[in-house]
Design a protein around this ligand. Structure first.
Ligand SMILES: [Zn+2]
Length: 71
């Protein structure tokens, strides 16, 4: 069921096979602090439900993820 996927690494720009996926899922708490979900299950598309927007970043690996400041 797992097809290899290739995504461009946000940090170094290389094409990563089976990239390290980093999701930022907004929460509905009153402080508006996003939840950080690492290695969440991959989805084919990002669902936009109301004002809930999930941001997905792709990296080669965890090391590249750590080198990205996501600004
Ligand atoms: Zn990389």
């Amino acid at each position: 069921m797992s097809k290899p996927i290739r995504k461009k690494c946000r940090t170094c720009g290389k094409m990563a096979t089976n990239p390290y996926v980093y999701h930022i899922v907004p929460s509905r708490n009153p402080w508006n602090i996003p939840n950080y979900v690492k290695n969440a299950p991959r989805t084919d598309r990002v669902d936009l439900k109301g004002d809930l927007k999930v941001t997905v970043y792709n990296y080669c690996n965890q090391e590249c993820e750590g080198n990205d400041y996501r600004q």
